[in-house]
Design a protein around this ligand. Sequence first.
Ligand SMILES: NC(=O)C1=CN([C@@H]2O[C@H](COP(=O)(O)OP(=O)(O)OC[C@H]3O[C@@H](n4cnc5c(N)ncnc54)[C@H](OP(=O)(O)O)[C@@H]3O)[C@@H](O)[C@H]2O)C=CC1
Ligand SMILES: O=C(O)C1=N[C@H](C(=O)O)C[C@H](O)C1
Length: 268
Amino acid sequence: MIKVAVTGAAGRMGKANIEAIQMTENVELGAAIVEPTSTLIGADAGEMAGVGKLGVTIKGSLADAVDDFDVLIDFTAPEVTLQNVDFCVENGKQIVIGTTGLNDEQKAILQDRSSKAAIVFAPNMSVGVNLCFKLLEVAAQALGNDDYDIEVIEAHHRHKVDSPSGTALRMGEVVADALGRDLKECAVYGREGITGARPRGEIGFETIRAGDVVGDHTVLFATEGERIEITHKASNRLTFAKGAVRACKWLEGKKSGLFDMQDILGLK
Ligand SMILES: NC(=O)C1=CN([C@@H]2O[C@H](COP(=O)(O)OP(=O)(O)OC[C@H]3O[C@@H](n4cnc5c(N)ncnc54)[C@H](OP(=O)(O)O)[C@@H]3O)[C@@H](O)[C@H]2O)C=CC1
Ligand SMILES: O=C(O)C1=N[C@H](C(=O)O)C[C@H](O)C1
């Protein structure tokens, strides 16, 4: 039995991760961690997540749960994730990270820590989005550099704090890589005013934040005469959480390395 800890346990994804662990064979919730000041400390994690009593008491730090888990699922915030990664490195734990919004320096720290711990880091854990990454690579290669304008459009709920989404950025990277472009050179984030005609070679990003949208992503390839759209729409968070739990199982026996969902799904 693989024992899993969940940080950010009271968050939207934290609760979904606890539910997904409950639904999956050969894994069990070992620990649920919330912020040290939370009034939820001491409550039952299953009751908090809405899956019924589990007998796992919510704790305020990973240190309080060090003997209770093998692998951590972390969907929190970049600074918190990096602190949790260092804890896992020091204590011989594996880690599955879904947090988005990490900057280049923070991603480099993950790369460095992966020489000492096995880490799965993916901006989107759903099977469908990871299949879309593959489809985008094929589409970009087939459509080529010359004719098709590329735009990435994403929509999320009003609470989301990072923009564009990690998934949208990865979609842009996949397309840029397939076309031999550098996303940092060709990305345009939103447009306003007299922007002039669209330069060739841009990859545009448009962001919608509204209501309770779980997560919609479209990549549009448009030329004169036709448009191709590759779209994914998530309708609940369990789709991400099930991927995170699948990653925990896949990590069994791995001591080090930085992986993503493409590795787990055999899509590389
Ligand atoms: N890879 C994927 O498939 C997906 C990734 N995500 C990403 O996951 C992350 C979380 O999303 P979501 O669950 O919606 O966000 P929430 O805000 O609902 O949850 C984040 C959790 O992190 C906790 N947290 C924040 N700061 C600290 C701290 N200093 N110490 C301990 N805990 C802390 C919060 O606690 P508190 O509530 O007490 O503030 C909260 O419970 C985001 O980066 C999002 O983009 C989301 C969905 C899918
Ligand atoms: O914050 C969210 O909710 C989501 N974040 C991820 C991202 O930034 O790509 C994945 C998913 O779309 C939901």
